[in-house]
Design a protein around this ligand. Sequence first.
Ligand code: GDP
Length: 328
Amino acid sequence: QPADSPEDKPRILLMGLRRSGKSSIQKVVFHKVSPNETLFLESTNKIVKDDISNSSFVQFQVWDIPGQIDFFDPTFDSDMIFGGCGALIFVIDAQDDYIEALARLQMAVTRAYKINPNIKFEVFIHKVDGLSDDNKIETQRDIHQRSTDDLAEAGMETVHLSFHLTSIYDHSIFEAFSKVVQKLIPQLPTLENLLNILISNSGIEKAFLFDVMSKIYIATDSSPVDMQCYELCCDMIDVVMDMSSIYGARDDGAFDGNSSSIIKLNTNNVLYMREVNRHLALVCILREDSFDRQGLIDYNFMCFKKAIQQVFDVRKQVASTNNSDGRA
Ligand code: GDP
């Protein structure tokens, strides 16, 4: 099945100077390490391929490439590394002087773009937990300005960079990863549409389709994302996963095909979580009085689940008949 072979999976590259926070990001997002434990991580100085596709719907690899790699070193196989890569995340330590990092970013982007112009370039302005709100905005403005100036000078003004303010000490790193991953999902508009239909017919305020293992949301309805609401939904996943790993009947202890879970908040809101498939779950927030019609919501959810199944079945068929991936 070509769609399932690791080399065909959309690949995300994580790059940046040494100590910028790459391994910490990878550990916190994909391996449930708590942010404080990253203080003792050993710094990486080789390429780390981290294939998380068995436990996560999001089938990608994080390649931790230490800052001091010389792109012109013949042992650095850029064709292979950038060729199959969907997104390049470049991590910049915002608490440190970033001039050197910007030079590296410029080099990486130039090199990668020549090999693969379809790469999405994502800059994580990282460790912003140490910055005041004003400082965050100013740093982002400055980094944006300098990096786009550098690109323009190199005659590459058509290359688009996206910027995200991130920290492993809050949900911003998950939010940023969600945005990055969503750009690599060709079915995103269909998923958004299905979520819109679901919420408008069920009296739901906001719904996220989550990759349970990483807490990345791969889609949401088109109403704006409120950070607090996203955090509540992430916390719910943590609670449910912890409960099911303690009390779950199955060996892997996980949430299974028919699991559901309800949390009533004292704000008259309800958090409702339903399993969609092995990796995905719907988490939504709604008013308590809308939840009185749970039968309707559950019926609509079953229709939604079927539709999601079809969306991904089509993807598999396309992938196996073309013998290439269905990604645009
Ligand atoms: P790498 O060499 O790029 O892989 O960097 P590490 O992941 O080893 O991180 C270097 C240091 O930065 C560690 O001590 C981390 O605890 C710290 N760090 C990583 N992310 C953050 C963050 O978001 N905020 C803060 N304050 N420190 C961070």
